[in-house]
Design a protein around this ligand. Structure first.
Ligand SMILES: C[S@@+](CC[C@H](N)C(=O)[O-])C[C@H]1O[C@@H](n2cnc3c(N)ncnc32)[C@H](O)[C@@H]1O
Length: 391
């Protein structure tokens, strides 16, 4: 069986997350294609698409490759054979993706209209079904359009993957719960924009990269407004510890977790929240008592982009000192082979990239070889996601 994953804005990171989740759920898989925002996998066992879709933070759509053709004109016939139609009205739409640099998708898009008209005609004549063709300005339908037009409930989103020789036909089976992620970001009671907030999707990705079992004890020593703890709760982790040096941050986390617990009926009895400076972790936690640390640490003062280089260098030096102290504490409280998934900042100032020197950190090795970046265009601060394991 072949499944496709349409990846979010940071495809390398989304791909690493998918690999990690599939391994955690004991799926075997082989990568068939990885091009821009498209990942196609071959899997010997049926994928529980709902479960995996609910789990992931960096994937926009998941679907199955159901057939292939070598000519776009054959799509209408294939569609009518393959798509199981319920009674009532059929809603359908096409998204086009390219697996080759030579394919001009804008040109292909123009060829879709007569195919869609033929599908409508065939559906009416052969199956006595009225159908609605859902279109968009874009070459691919967004997950919002797919959901709002109820394409998965009353019909189909067909994804066409063009390579030089053939066209793979895919049917979307699930789209990301974007509204729920948005609500956990913008509708929660306490948001501290001055401290910088991690997007819930990234918090989710970081938890998934850790590949940890449900009973694991997870620590976020810079918990801020509690985004990582929120997503951990949603994933079913219950042994959670949130520390922060700011008492306001602890209050925000408390408010947000209480709000979430009410909304989803969660139990917060195994969650410990305290105002603790990272330099004093060992005074509050037993040695080797933590299975995993997932955190976005303090990233320095907010940037406008016009800071002199000397200021950025000073910020970097301060962060290096803080992280070095933090890792000495992590070394004590983390169990053997325990993991740390952590945001490490990279600064993009005046076309230069400035990175932290982490060479002084001892007792850990990096688990991810590839560079995993979460960024938006024009951001001065890029988040690099690093996975460390205690030696
Ligand atoms: C970037 S924020 C974390 C944001 C968090 N991931 C969220 O989504 O809300 C960094 C946090 O580190 C805290 N902090 C700064 N220095 C600290 C220290 N020495 N020990 C513990 N927490 C610290 C700040 O109070 C702030 O809440």
């Amino acid at each position: 069986m072949k499944y496709y994953f349409i990846l979010g804005k940071n495809p390398e990171l989304s791909k690493a997350e998918i690999e990690s989740v599939l391994e955690l759920f004991d799926y075997k898989f082989k990568i068939i294609e990885f091009k821009k925002n498209i990942l196609i996998l071959e899997m010997p066992r049926k994928l529980d698409v709902e479960v995996i879709n609910q789990r992931l933070g960096g994937t926009v759509k998941i679907g199955q490759i159901i057939d292939q053709v070598n000519d776009l004109e054959k799509i209408a016939n294939k569609f009518c054979q393959l798509i199981k139609c319920q009674s009532g009205k059929l809603h359908f739409g096409f998204s086009l993706y390219s697996l080759s640099d030579k394919i001009n998708l804008a040109k292909k898009k123009k060829q879709i209209k007569p195919i869609a008209m033929e599908i409508k005609r065939k559906m009416r004549e052969q199956k006595h079904l009225n159908s609605r063709w859902v279109i968009s300005q874009e070459i691919e339908l967004s997950s919002v359009i797919v959901k709002k037009n109820q394409l998965l409930k009353y019909g189909s989103e067909i994804c066409l993957f063009f390579s030089d020789q053939q066209i793979l036909i895919g049917q979307t089976l699930a789209v990301q719960a974007f509204a729920e992620f948005g609500a956990r970001d913008y509708k929660r009671p306490s948001r501290d924009q001055t401290a910088g907030m991690l997007p819930p999707k990234l918090a989710r990705i970081m938890l998934n990269l850790a590949k940890i079992r449900p009973e694991a004890k997870i620590l976020d020593p810079f918990c801020g407004s509690g985004t990582i703890l929120q997503e951990a709760l949603i994933l079913g982790y219950q042994n959670l510890i949130g520390f922060d040096s700011s008492d306001n941050a602890i209050k925000y986390t408390q408010d947000n977790l209480t709000w979430l617990a009410d909304k989803y009926n969660f139990d917060l009895k195994n969650i410990q929240l305290n105002q603790v400076d990272v330099k004093n972790l060992n005074q509050h936690l037993d040695e080797q008592s933590i299975d995993c640390i997932i955190t976005e640490p303090y990233l320095g003062p907010p940037l406008k982009g016009n800071e002199p280089e000397i200021q950025i260098n000073k910020n970097i030096q301060e962060l290096e000192e803080l992280y070095l102290e933090a890792f000495k504490q992590f070394q004590q409280v983390l169990r053997e082979n325990g993991k740390i998934v952590m945001v490490i900042p990279e600064f993009k100032i005046k076309n230069k990239t400035k990175q932290l020197d982490l060479d002084k950190i001892k007792g850990f090795k990096f688990l991810n070889q590839e560079k995993l970046i979460y960024s938006r265009p024009h951001q001065y601060l890029w988040r690099q996601i690093k996975i460390f394991i205690k030696k």
